[in-house]
Ligand binder design. Structure first.
Ligand code: ZN
Length: 381
């Protein structure tokens, strides 16, 4: 993996990945940029045993700028962006408007606050009910391509491999930062899903706590192990592969299926056949095949409707210190679009009670993704 790191004008780190990384790193950031002063804290919700990130400064962040002002394009004479190089393959940099921050920007802890990494179910007593901890962590932006007009689905397998290299590098590097408990690589695609920039990019969060969904998965897998002696993730993958009715793409090293209790209209979970805790655990052949399987799935999503599908793509990795022996790395991909021109909103039941209603049966969604949205084979002239 080829990488080269530079420091932006305001002190943030930027890392180039790919063959051209060293050359790109030769271009200094020429912007007269003042040091950003973000503040962040995490507050404990004692009723749910969950941490909430409070980051007031983010209200001022860049929101859907015109294409000619895109901050993720390579820099050109007269137009300096977040990326100083005139060309790059994949670039990762610290977000100027982060939800989580390192060092002084993170608020000081209050007396009685539980450890942010503590299991979510622990309710602190006394003053701990109003617990606040520093929002220690890091938020990075990952640019998938220098080309503003493409999306991840347009990348070649080789380009996707460079993105996977970058995700892997950042997962290991951020896990090593003090106080980081979990690293999350994700992409919000489309304005419908809340992406504030249209340039092909994703984000990487390093949290100072184990996230609610991961805590829940670990609790369920621990209970299952105690009951059956088996690993829950392995059992689910085995059950889906045996049943077969919800499988969308099956490779030698990966299987992509619609989960039996899918929450979203079109939702696919992608698991490697060999259980590993996180991205750095993947081996060469698994990495290569992932790129092809993932690109295939993204292209199927884009064939579902008359316009590109808005989606969330979420890498689930084991926390830094908890459950590493049992957690299984996997990716969850879903769209909030249920039909052309119709979005699935998180309304009363979902937002109020966390109880999802899905209007499309998972078996139908799998069949549509597998057959109707299959790659179109071009006939030889
Ligand atoms: Zn752009």
């Amino acid at each position: 993996m080829n990488r080269a790191s530079v420091t932006l004008a305001d002190g943030r780190e930027l890392i180039y990945f790919g063959e051209s990384a060293d050359k790109a790193a030769g271009h200094p950031d020429l912007r007269p940029l003042g040091r950003a002063d973000p503040h962040s804290q995490v507050r404990y919700d004692p009723l749910l045993g969950e941490w909430v990130i409070i980051a007031g400064h983010r209200q001022d962040r860049t929101f859907l700028p015109a294409a000619e002002h895109c901050p993720l394009d390579p820099s050109q004479p007269g137009r300096l962006t977040e990326i100083p190089a005139p060309s790059y393959e994949v670039a990762v940099f610290e977000n100027r408007f982060p939800s989580l921050v390192t060092g002084a920007g993170a608020a000081a802890p209050e007396a009685g606050a539980p450890e942010a990494g503590a299991p979510g179910a622990e309710v602190p007593g006394g003053d701990g009910l109003l617990a606040t901890r520093p929002g220690n962590g890091r938020c990075e932006v990952i640019c998938f391509s220098p080309d503003h007009a493409v999306s991840f689905a347009d990348l070649t397998s080789g380009q996707a491999g460079t993105v996977l290299d970058a995700w892997t590098d950042r997962s290991a590097a951020l896990a090593a930062l003090p106080g980081v408990e979990q690293v999350f690589c994700f992409e919000n695609r489309g304005p419908e899903i809340g992406a504030t920039l249209s340039h092909p990019h994703g984000q990487i969060y390093a949290y100072p706590f184990v996230t609610p969904r991961t805590s829940r998965m670990l609790a369920m897998s621990s209970a299952y192990l105690l009951d059956t002696g088996r690993n829950l993730f392995d059992a689910v993958l085995f059950a889906e592969r045996s049943d077969g009715s919800r499988i969308v793409v099956a490779g030698e090293h990966w299987t992509a299926f619609v989960p039996r209790a899918a929450r979203w209209p079109y939702e696919v979970h992608i698991y490697p056949h060999r259980r590993v805790p996180d991205l750095p655990g993947l081996a060469g052949a698994e990495r290569d095949e992932f790129c092809d399987v993932y690109l295939d799935l993204l292209r199927r999503f884009d064939r579902l409707f008359d316009t590109p599908a808005p989606y969330v793509s979420a890498w689930h990795q084991a926390p830094v210190r908890q459950g590493r022996r049992e957690f299984a790395l996997h990716l969850e991909l879903f769209t909030i679009r249920r039909a052309a021109g119709k979005l699935k909103y998180l309304a009363g039941s979902e937002s109020g009670m966390g109880a999802f209603t899905n209007d499309i049966t998972p078996e139908t969604a799998a069949s549509v993704l597998r057959e109707d949205a299959a790659p179109v084979l071009r006939e030889e002239p």
